[in-house]
Design a protein around this ligand. Sequence first.
Ligand SMILES: Cc1cc2nc3c(=O)[nH]c(=O)nc-3n(C[C@H](O)[C@H](O)[C@H](O)COP(=O)(O)OP(=O)(O)OC[C@H]3O[C@@H](n4cnc5c(N)ncnc54)[C@H](O)[C@@H]3O)c2cc1C
Length: 354
Amino acid sequence: MVSISMLIREQVHLAPLTTLGVGGPARYFAEAYTEEDVVEAVEFARSRDLPLFVLGGGSNVVIADRGFSGLVLKIAIGNPTRSVTTQGRVVFITGAGYDWDRFVAQTVEADCAGLECLSGIPGTVGGTPIQNVGAYGQEVSETIQQVRVLDLQSMQIRTLSNVDCRFAYRSSIFNTSERGRYVILQVSFALRQGSKPTLRYADLQQFFAGRSSEPTLTEARDAVREIRRRKAMLIVPGDEDSHSVGSFFKNPIVPHDFFEQLSARLLSAGLQLPSYPATDGFRKLPAAWLLEHAGFTKGYSKGRIGISRKHALAIVNRGGATAAEIIALKDEVQSRVMERFGIALEPEPLFVGF
Ligand SMILES: Cc1cc2nc3c(=O)[nH]c(=O)nc-3n(C[C@H](O)[C@H](O)[C@H](O)COP(=O)(O)OP(=O)(O)OC[C@H]3O[C@@H](n4cnc5c(N)ncnc54)[C@H](O)[C@@H]3O)c2cc1C
């Protein structure tokens, strides 16, 4: 039996540790403040043959009502941010458990560009590489330099480069080919000091329309947070529309031929299908449009759950909902979108304990 010095609790309720606020207890629960804690917790789980689930800020997970029958390890490694200047970039190095938005604020205060459009996203620094977090014209893959991990296969600490992570739209090795293999301990971001904010996204351009001077990084960060607040994409106490996982579904990427056929069929019914460029031969479709045109409009309500009044892609818990109710609505949305458009919507969050 391994000797354990960290606190391991039993039957800890997980719903309050998530933004959606559903789900049952963890059989065992531990918080890791250091890399040594992570190793110890993994050894504890292995010595008892328990499955392990790594939790960050709980903003992209749906926990089952029966909970999780293994060890939930919350990553709370919150080493203060360090920065070094190298090859014309300022590299910020931060513990995986550090609050993401607080970290972004520090980079903006240091006049470093690259993360300002990702202001206001809930969760931890270590949660961002998992699905290559993105918003308002930026993705973390553009600035992540390295990810320090514990490899659960070899129990060695390794450093993965940006290329090793194989980032793509809402994906990386962490949520695809190597899911469950690595615990992220620390992330480094290479940012541009003194550069202008990225103002590629239409909502942001509109926000600053009519201004004669260029917005600063701080103004861009404030604008992103304000736009997010209006859409309940910022966690604001008292705003029940922010009890979500953000967007519940990814924007589907479909082959060009399929897009052309669907678009022609919808046009004959008087509907113009919006789309965006994707990789060669593919188009990206807005999942929000598909939901709305399948009958799930903003404010749609079904008992204690529904679609956010401010954001068509967010399934929200309006108070006291169960995971089963969330899953039932997810299934209904997926089957109606499939029926109407022949598209299989892929959910964004991770489902735990199902
Ligand atoms: C209101 C709202 C708005 C949102 N807006 C956006 C948005 O604009 N863009 C976007 O991309 N996402 C968005 N999200 C989703 C979510 O905030 C991000 O995906 C976030 O990065 C998840 O981080 P987390 O720490 O909360 O991870 P969790 O939800 O705790 O975990 C998510 C996944 O990451 C894994 N994980 C977390 N930390 C680690 C670690 N240290 N090591 C290994 N695995 C780990 C978990 O095992 C799980 O698989 C939003 C969510 C909400 C609630």
